[in-house]
Design a protein around this ligand. Structure first.
Ligand code: ATP
Length: 267
């Protein structure tokens, strides 16, 4: 493998980062899907993870969110080792991942979906009995999140009836209901046309700046990645082989040739 040294964060210890990983590794039998990854995410940045199919992006997200346990290494959030924290505890730490379509409550309305998450986060108890006293706070908070994500106009629709794009926006709204400091987005524009893709990119940028969020994102659309990221890490065969600004990643001939392959034209 070509050695590329454009990691502008190399001097930072991942244990001191807002989100960091130390030698994070996951093996599946003989395959090392994530290989000694040291990731440093800085406060308030939009940090994208890119790489070819099978590079280990989803596995890395699954390790950070404890969907999978690492074979080796650790995950750090604001100075705490959260490697062994169970998934359910993570939203309370300020780390949230956008909900996937199969995690929505299909028979609840859009606002009910967000309210359930807001309530669960506030009370620590999962509750579907939504119509009790003392829930005005969650209702107000759910509505303001829907307005922020621009889906308040469909708040009474059942989740199952939403378009693909609206389901993805609802997934982001539900993550926001946990009041995160760090938001993980797993291909937020997948399956969207150009207009929806741009609208989603604009939404993410506005969330980042207005809510002072730190965002870690996997995204295949290179034009989106290059236009909106503060920094980009390139994964290849499980390892981070470069981290840098979009200009550094775009301008690096080795990255283009060795790791972006078919995406080279888009750089
Ligand atoms: N549960 C699993 N069991 C066995 N191998 C797995 C498992 N999950 C992932 N892998 C392997 O780990 C490697 C990394 O996969 P991963 O899905 O993390 O890559 P990716 O970068 O997200 O790919 P894509 O862009 O295609 O979604 C691949 O070789 C994949 O086949």
């Amino acid at each position: 493998m070509t050695n590329i040294t454009i990691d502008t964060t190399a001097e930072l210890d991942p244990r001191d980062a807002v989100l960091g990983t130390v030698n994070l590794t996951r093996r599946f039998g003989g395959v090392t899907a994530v290989d000694e990854v040291n990731l440093v995410v800085e406060p308030g940045e939009l940090h994208a993870i890119i790489g070819p199919n099978g590079a280990g992006k989803t596995t890395l997200f699954n390790l950070i969110t404890h969907v999978l346990a690492p074979s080796e290494g650790s995950v750090w959030l604001e100075g705490r080792d959260i490697t062994d924290f169970q998934q359910e505890r993570r939203p309370h730490l300020g780390l949230a991942r956008s909900f996937q379509s199969n995690q929505l409550f299909n028979d609840l309305t859009v606002i009910e979906n967000v309210r359930v998450v807001a309530q669960t986060t506030r009370t620590g108890t999962f509750r579907l009995d939504l119509f009790r006293d003392g829930e005005q706070l969650c209702e107000d908070s759910a509505l303001s999140i829907l307005e922020r994500v621009n889906i308040d106009n469909i708040r009474e629709e059942k989740a199952r009836n939403l378009s693909h794009g609206d389901q993805r926006r609802l997934g982001i709204a539900m993550a926001l209901a946990t009041e995160p400091n760090v938001l993980l987005l797993d291909e937020p524009t997948s399956g969207m046309g150009p207009n929806e893709t741009q609208a989603t990119a604009d939404l993410i940028a506005s969330l980042q700046s207005e809510l002072d969020l730190t965002v870690l994102l996997i995204e295949h659309d290179m034009s989106i990645v290059l236009s909106m990221s503060d920094r980009i890490s390139v994964l290849n065969q499980g390892a981070i082989i470069a981290t840098g600004s979009p200009a550094e990643i775009r301008g690096n001939e080795d990255v283009q040739n060795a790791y972006l392959g078919g995406m080279k034209e888009e750089l």
